[in-house]
Each structure stands twice: as structure tokens, then as C-alpha cells.
Design a binder for this molecule. Sequence first.
Ligand SMILES: Cc1cc2nc3c(=O)[nH]c(=O)nc-3n(C[C@H](O)[C@H](O)[C@H](O)COP(=O)(O)OP(=O)(O)OC[C@H]3O[C@@H](n4cnc5c(N)ncnc54)[C@H](O)[C@@H]3O)c2cc1C
Length: 404
Amino acid sequence: MQYDFVIIGGGIVGVSSAWQLQTQFPGKKVLLLEKESALAQHQTGHNSGVIHAGVYYTPGSLKAQFCQQGAIATVDFCKSNNIPFDQCGKLLVATDREEYHRMLALAERCEKNGIEHELLDSKALANLEPQISGVAAIHVPTSGIVDYRLVTEAIARQFVAAGGEIRLGHHVTGLFEDENHIRIDIKSQAGNLSFRTGYLVACAGLAADRIACLMKLPIDFRIIPFRGEYYRLAEGCENIVQHLIYPIPNTELPFLGVHLTPMIDGSITIGPNAVLGFKREGYDRYNFDLLDSWETLSFPGFWKLARQHWRSAKEEFKNAWKKVDYLQQVQKYCPQLEITDLEPYPAGIRAQAVMSDGTLVHDFLFAESPRSLHVCNAPSPAATSAIPIGNHICDLVKSKQASD
Ligand SMILES: Cc1cc2nc3c(=O)[nH]c(=O)nc-3n(C[C@H](O)[C@H](O)[C@H](O)COP(=O)(O)OP(=O)(O)OC[C@H]3O[C@@H](n4cnc5c(N)ncnc54)[C@H](O)[C@@H]3O)c2cc1C
């Protein structure tokens, strides 16, 4: 029960980190712990499946850097592992003058981030997507789609082939660090267990703050769950668009707006919105958990955030509960869609770190102790970026070892 590296979390970030630690430290004992009975059961298995090109992100940020490297690495990984993907391209559609100006600012950001793109007028947009209407659009040809569960499972197979070990159904309940190692307490079907590791990497998504608290790290953030609700277009609408169709987002928020997403299985989803969740891992609309809700509502940062963004929060709640209002967001750029075209589809839940001063954390956030490294915020596009994030984590672990 003694390991060199233990990784908590069987989402794409944890699995990628485990794989790269095992390949960069051959011969070391590497263990991945996941509390569910399968990998990719939370954010990684409940997302839009988009391989983002990196349009939106602040030039020079980790998000921008990881996304661009990750888009290339994901496509390469899919090619060499026979995982279906499609670089179908993406259109960011402006529907009025105000959006047009924000679109130009995004085009400038594409330029600064070195993202291949072209500006389309309304005629060129209609030629490319006859069912989409707008005053102008940005076309990003390299954006794509994939199933991130398949990518995660393939990375996990490579990790195991390289000598790594995965234990599913192992819920980490305690972490105790001393000078030489970390003791990890676990609840599993086999009973309570204890492992020891030289180094720990935590990639716990919706539980990132709780794992950091188990380690007694002095954190200044909490994870606030934001539900992302989707619909699927009814049969017969599958050919309505060929590209990913996105609105022009509010750049103050780390959410991209309700978009039309061709999925790799041939269906098309609409969504996701972004509404406060009352259960961190509750995918049903009516799910409620007292502890999860108390943790959110007793956190001062949540109320500061709510004060800043109450207008958009109110709008999101209204659109979530009234299907017709939800639809109107999409009708702005795809007017012929009707209420009967929208069928139910499972929601996803974002793990969004919020600081105690109410700031929404847009970039990746890490915390550490002498023998542990915690990924505290891995927002979208962390699925796209998982391969470079895993590599970055290996570099951080190496520099920790060097100073040991
Ligand atoms: C609605 C939605 C749409 C998105 N769309 C996209 C997109 O199109 N493209 C993109 O690139 N990104 C997208 N993202 C973001 C992306 O899905 C996430 O950033 C990424 O999956 C994060 O991966 P992760 O491994 O950090 O977290 P997760 O996938 O959530 O994995 C964390 C894992 O840790 C485990 N865990 C937690 N606590 C414990 C414990 N105590 N013991 C053991 N295990 C534990 C959990 O069970 C879970 O499996 C989207 C996210 C959402 C929610």
C-alpha cells in the first residue's frame, strides 16, 4: 500500500496526469483513485464534447496556452487511438450591432492568440449555414467534436499498459501529511483502507475544495456548482447545421452561452445554460443536498458574486424554467427552431471556483503543500486541454522533487 504517486480523480484531468506521471517516471508506482464505479462520471462525461480552438481566453493565460496545445494534442491522440472526432469548425454569430462590436473584440483576441479564423458578412454566413441568421460571424475552422469519455478511457488504458494502477469505488476521506509521505484514508466496498504515497495530485473537480480542506490547505475559494442544462434536437433536425454555432458571449462570465452543438454520435444538442446547482453531483433538475447547499449559501464569496451578477442569474433561472424562453436564446440565430424540436437531454454540472471576494476564477487554479498538488479550478476547456495540463502537473511535481 505504498506508492510513489497517488492521483485523486478519474476525470480526464486526473487520468491524463496519472498517465503522464507514469510515462515520465517509469518504474515508479503510480495509483489513480476514483470514488465512482467507472471513470469520467462527472464533468468529463457530461459536457458538450467540443475540442475548443482557444478563441476566448486572455492572451498569455494558462487557459489560452493549454487550450491551443490541447486542441492539437487531442486530435493527435484521437488519430493514433482510432477515436472518432470531427474538425467540423465553429461559427460565432453576431445578431445585432451591439454583438457585432463584441464579436470584433473576439476576432482581435483570435488574432492575439494566433487562432486561424475568418470574418464572414451575413451573406457569407448564409452560404455556409443557410439556417443560421446573423449580421456577421467569425469562422474558426479548427474547432472540433469528440466523446471525452472515450478519450479518458483510452488514456486510462495507456496508463495501465505503462504499469499504472486504477482503483475504482475508492472514496478518499482523509489526508494526513508528514515530512516523508502522505497517508490517504479511503472508504471502499472492501471496507476502510489506508495507503501511503510520496506525492499526491488531486484532480477532484466538484470536490476540489473539499480535498484541499482534507489536506488542511488554507484555501480562499469554494467550488460553486453551476448546472448546464441541455436539450437535444428531435429526429429530423440532425442536418440543420454542419458547424458548431455559438452566440457572442458575455466575457465577464466564464460561460459561452447556449449553443448548437453537433455531437460525435450524430445528434445535435442545444445548451448549456448556467444556473446555480443545489447538489454538486445531482444531475436531475429537482436534486437538492442540504450540505452542498449550506456550503454554497454560507460562503461569503457566493453572496458577493450574486450581488454582482444578479441580473444574469435571474435571466438564467427564468430561461431554465421556461422552455419557450430557453428556445428564444437559440431562435435569435436559428429562427426556424420550434418548441417541439427540443427534447430532454442530461445536464452537466460545472465545478466553478469562486474566491471569497466574489471573483469567478476564469483561469486554472492550483494549490499545494510540500507533498501535494491540487488542481482547484479546471474549467472549460479543461477537457480539450487535459493532455498539456497533465504535462504541466508533471513539471510541477518534478520541481517539487528537486526542492525536496
Ligand atoms: C456542461 C459542461 C460543458 C462543458 N463543455 C466542454 C467542452 O465542450 N469542451 C471542453 O474542453 N470542456 C468542457 N467542459 C469542461 C470539462 O468537461 C471539464 O473542465 C473537465 O472535464 C474537468 O475534468 P476533471 O478531471 O478536472 O473533473 P471531473 O471530470 O469532474 O473529474 C473529477 C473526478 O474526481 C472524483 N472525485 C471527487 N472526489 C473524490 C474523492 N473524495 N475520492 C475519489 N475520487 C473523487 C469524481 O468522482 C470525478 O470522477 C464542460 C463542462 C461542463 C460541466
